[in-house]
Design a protein around this ligand. Structure first.
Ligand code: NAD
Length: 260
């Protein structure tokens, strides 16, 4: 059980992050849910989690591009729910473009959200974890932290960087009761993925089945999507005592993608 623990999930208002937040709360953790989107809808998400799981929960709209906003979010979390025991760096965005045309602004934004935000939350969370002698840092990386695809220069660079940050902090905290790992999903069935299907059908003149099998799941040998709940379950496992010797690892949940 994670009762009495405090978790903070960046990018927790949608998709994978929301599933992780729900899974941690279901185990009894109080949870700060960071993310963009409609503030009222987000408040409702936190209220539902608080009510269903009998935990404390609230949302933070801090922009993961902004180190000062991140610092304020971390300070507020400590004030309202106590030391952050479980930190989940999950916020992430994508942009697809050839490297010579890649917008500089998009590059900077992706590095800030997908990589640098994790540095800022980690540097602010580690002292409390060390002091308590217990902590869990879980970074949502990607199959793209291990292999590349064309036209995703910033995303692949940021995710490889996140995997490197994970290993470094794991070494620095190894004797403090803190573990630091990444979960690296392949294609996960989220609203984001589902919403791309109609456009791709139109653009390429394919059926829904063809888009799923030949475009989305081309690289995924199982030919099935990962579910958000499978990622949530992995996060819960990483918080358990059974996982206390797993640190600095990059755990693939990708239907065999990176075995190729
Ligand atoms: P999503 O778009 O459903 O969720 C992204 C979350 O990040 C949202 O809560 C959004 O509000 C938040 N976010 C975006 N920009 C932000 C900012 N500037 N500040 C604060 N929050 C911000 O996407 P998802 O599919 O759930 O992806 C979550 C993570 O999983 C990302 O890091 C993504 O790279 C990674 N991932 C996703 C897949 C997939 O197939 N869906 C595969 C591998 C890795």
């Amino acid at each position: 059980s994670l009762a009495g623990k405090t978790a903070l999930v960046t990018g927790g208002t949608s998709g994978i992050g929301l599933a992780i937040a729900r899974a941690l709360a279901a185990e009894g953790a109080d949870v700060v849910i960071n993310g963009l989107g409609d503030p009222q809808e987000n408040a409702q998400i936190a209220d539902d989690i608080a009510q269903n799981c009998k935990v404390k929960s609230y949302t933070s709209p801090a922009d993961m591009c902004d180190p000062d906003a991140i610092a304020r979010m971390m300070a507020e979390a400590k004030e309202r729910l106590g030391t952050i025991d479980i930190l989940v760096n999950n916020a992430g965005i994508q942009h697809v473009s050839a490297v010579e045309e890649f917008p500089i602004e998009k590059w900077n934004q992706i590095i800030a959200i997908n990589l640098s935000s994790a540095f800022h939350t980690i540097r602010l969370a580690v002292p409390g974890m060390k002091q308590k002698g217990w902590g869990r840092i879980i970074n949502t990386a990607s199959a793209h932290s291990l292999v590349a695809s064309p036209y995703k220069a910033a995303y692949v660079a940021a995710k490889h960087g996140l995997a490197g940050l994970t290993k470094t902090v794991a070494l620095e905290t190894a004797q403090a009761g803190v573990t630091v790992n990444c979960i690296s999903p392949g294609y996960v069935w989220t609203p984001l993925v589902e919403n791309q299907i109609p456009d791709t059908m139109k653009a390429r003149g394919l059926t829904k089945e063809q888009v799923i099998e030949d475009v989305l799941l081309k690289a995924q040998p199982t030919k099935q999507f990962v579910t958000v709940d499978q990622i949530g379950a992995m996060a819960v496992f990483l918080c358990s005592d059974a996982a206390s010797q797993i640190t600095g690892a990059n755990l693939s949940v990708d239907g065999g993608w990176t075995a190729q």
